[in-house]
Write a protein that binds this ligand. Structure first.
Ligand code: INS
Length: 285
């Protein structure tokens, strides 16, 4: 059995200077300084160099049939014990903990919405791609549309796209690029990663996650949109209707990232019951 830290060490009460510092909201998503800066920047530099329209199309055809393996949702979540997300300036522990932290945050604020809690639990499970030898720059990190202009709110926009061939392609580097105004996010190619992959896995396996939840899963890393209001000219009415749900989700995804790690073994039975309801059994990945 795995031993995990269960909440704060009581003896810290007598050694207050060793207490983990409470993080203010403005301390999250610091892409300018911090001990993890190099790791984060290098991941985005590779992502912004290699995520092109052609690359994304190739990944869609590679992964959309979900024929890599079969496993249950809980197995997939627990496999993230082996993954530390190299793009994240706020997390330096395995992603499995972040799954339960997000879900528990949602459970506290939305005790009546079990589907929302389930989404908190599973939203990052597409990062399992990185355990199957996909490079992290093609799995983790914020997402953005390809096939049109890379807008300014993308992290490291000013100094990470110089070697991306699409940034020099006149067909792609305009406001709309290959897309029609208000064509809807569903008709856009997003940079390839865990969001789109999990969305496709859930569709393929006919999981019964409600539409709001599917939007959260598919666009939770699309910070330029949900947190900066960019790319609105590509959205249709449906996207605008769903955006507040993605933003509500984001509060928990981001601000539950603390070094106070949850007792996963204790929480598992409750979350297994949600999995059994919304994405039961053995799934195709
Ligand atoms: C989050 C967010 C973070 C990124 C993570 C992703 O949704 O976009 O910035 O580091 O990989 O899961």
């Amino acid at each position: 059995m795995r031993i995990v830290s269960i909440g704060p060490d009581p003896s810290l009460a007598y050694r207050p200077n060793l207490m983990p510092e409470a993080k203010e909201k403005e301390d999250y998503r610091n892409f300018k300084t911090g001990s993890l800066f190099d790791r984060v920047y290098n991941t985005y530099k590779l992502m912004h160099t290699h995520q092109t329209l052609d690359f994304v199309k190739q990944k869609h055809s590679e992964w959309s049939c979900c024929s890599r393996t079969q496993m249950s949702m809980m197995e997939a979540i627990m496999s993230l014990d082996q993954l530390v997300d190299e793009s994240d300036p706020d997390v330096d522990f395995p992603n499995s903990f972040h799954a339960f932290q997000t879900a528990e945050g949602i459970r506290q604020a939305h005790p009546d919405k079990d589907w929302f809690q389930l989404v908190g639990l599973i939203h990052d499970v597409g990062k399992i791609l990185a355990l199957w030898d996909e490079p992290q720059w093609a799995v983790v990190g914020d997402t953005f549309p390809v096939g049109c202009e890379f807008q300014n709110s993308i992290v490291f926009r000013s100094n990470s796209f110089q070697e991306n061939p699409d940034d020099k392609n006149s067909a792609y580097r305009t406001k709309y690029g290959i897309y029609e105004p208000n064509c809807g996010l569903d008709n856009i190619y997003m940079s390839w990663g865990h969001d789109e992959y999990l969305y496709r896995v859930l569709k393929k396996n006919e999981c019964s996650v409600p539409e709001e939840g599917m939007y959260m899963i598919r666009y939770h890393s699309f910070y330029p949109w949900h947190s900066h209001g960019d790319y609105m000219h590509l959205c249709n009415d449906k996207d605008l209707q769903m955006m507040p749900w993605v933003q509500e989700f984001n509060k928990f995804d981001l601000y539950t990232k603390t070094t106070d790690l949850p007792d996963v073994d204790n929480l598992k039975p409750y979350y297994q019951s949600l999995i059994d309801k919304y994405c039961p059994g053995v799934l195709h990945w």
